[in-house]
Design a protein around this ligand. Structure first.
Ligand code: MN
Length: 439
């Protein structure tokens, strides 16, 4: 995960918008997404974001001028298959990153031909960036776990396993959708407040619909069934990171979650951002992994010198909300909170190693949700459940509207970016979804 020439902050692109102030996609980023022209029946192919454009890798592969090694990597991408490259590990990824950057950098001999391979991002539609066969959601936000634990179990907020086990559950990949897909409010069972113990639950549209601000890490190289990945090799099995909104029906959740955990409160839809930011692009934003004083250190299988020195990532996270009324008035989404992934209780390497320690096999494209990333301060809750104290303290928006939970027509956007002295800012692009009425 070394810093190399591809991270040089002085490097610029002949795509001028890559240098725009606050741009998510400078030449140091180069995330992958799966695209075609909006409204077309064109085949899906992989694209790379640069400024406000996408480099269409199907067109770029045809254009030629690549080494044999790069051409071989571009072939599956041109056919829309990111998983094939995810499976290959970091060495192949670095070769591709260098080649794409050489083609897009200011003064490149490939400028004239690659300029014909650009499509404006405003003119493309996205699918999921890769095929996700399996998805696991972790619970690494200790401030979220504590705040939610207090709501569900005031006397016992953080269960005794939390500081030892990276807690997770198996989610459902079939209902993962890409940013921009509307989410239908689920129907389900719930107990209204005041319903006597033993009385029948109610059934109907969810009344406590919520979002969860999460990162999603995508697995790169597979591990074979029965072969755990030691922490020293964990990052070789990670491809990159995107944003992840784990939409949650809190009333369904409260009634169904015991004894086996989340089920229909979670699997009616989960939204991912269209772009995957690679582990290479994140390299300048690494930082030490530490535990608060007095907290236990991880067991040896979840500990390494490299993980302690640079296993954590400094990634700013933000939730924005736009109500239907705001949209009609032409008012932009408003930020509800901001937090940072460096506050996560476990690193991505620890999640991958823990997931495989029993021999469980992970495949290219598998998704590991981080769990809700709430900050340590009040007002930094990564869900409405936290921001409103379990629905008891409504938040007031700038136009005077209030919210405890999401209403139909509300649009939620997650954002993320990395910013550090001596580096070029990189961003993730939005992860958005609007709520439709229950069927
Ligand atoms: Mn979650």
């Amino acid at each position: 995960m070394a810093i190399d020439a591809t991270h040089d902050p002085a490097q610029t692109s002949w795509v001028a918008s890559a240098q725009a102030l606050g741009a998510d996609f400078p030449i140091q980023n180069l995330p992958f997404g799966r695209i075609r022209r909006a409204g077309s029946a064109e085949p899906w192919r992989i694209g790379v974001a640069i400024g406000d454009q996408v480099l269409d890798l199907a067109a770029a592969a045809l254009a030629g001028g690549w080494s044999a090694e790069v051409a071989a990597l571009l072939a599956p991408l041109a056919a829309g298959d990111l998983n094939a490259v995810m499976a290959q590990g970091s060495a192949a990824r670095r070769v591709l990153r260098s080649a794409l950057q050489a083609g897009l950098k200011t003064g490149s001999a490939q400028q004239a031909v690659l300029a014909t391979c650009l499509i404006a991002q405003a003119e493309v539609e996205f699918s999921l960036p890769c095929t996700v066969h399996d998805y696991t959601d972790f619970y690494t936000g200790i401030h979220h776990a504590t705040a939610v634990g207090k709501l569900f179990r005031p006397d016992n907020p953080l269960l005794p396993n939390y500081k030892w086990v990276p807690i997770g559950y198996h989610g459902r990949a079939s209902s993962l959708v890409v940013s921009g897909t509307a989410i239908r409010r689920p129907n389900g069972q719930f107990k209204l407040p005041g319903t006597p113990e033993g009385a029948a639950p109610d059934f109907g549209p969810c009344r406590r619909l919520d979002y969860e601000l999460e990162l999603g890490a995508y697995v790169g190289r597979a591990n074979a069934l029965g072969e755990p990945v030691p922490i020293g090799q964990a990052e070789e099995h990670l491809f990159g990171v995107g944003l992840f909104n784990d939409w949650s029906a809190r009333d369904l959740q409260a009634w169904e979650y015991q004894p086996l955990g989340p089920f229909l409160a979670k699997n009616f839809g989960s939204t991912v951002s269209p772009w995957i930011v690679t582990m290479e692009a994140l390299a300048p934003f690494r930082q030490p992994f530490t535990r608060p004083e007095g907290d236990p250190q991880p067991l040896p299988y979840l500990d390494s010198a490299a993980n302690r020195e640079a296993g954590a990532f400094d990634i700013q996270l933000q939730v924005r909300l736009q109500t239907a009324k705001m949209r009609e008035a032409g008012e932009p989404a408003v930020a509800l909170m901001q937090s940072n992934f460096r506050d996560s209780y476990w690193t991505l390497a620890q999640l991958l190693t823990h997931h495989t320690v029993n021999g469980c096999n992970l495949n290219p494209g598998d998704l590991l949700g981080s769990g809700t990333q709430s900050g340590p301060q009040p007002g930094q809750g990564g869900s409405l459940l936290e921001l409103t104290g379990g629905g008891k303290q409504p938040i007031t928006l700038p136009n005077g509207e209030t919210r405890t939970f999401l209403q139909d027509g509300d649009s939620v956007e997650l954002h993320a970016w990395c910013e550090r002295e001596g580096t070029v800012r990189i961003g993730f692009g939005p992860c958005a979804g609007v709520i439709l009425p229950a069927p």
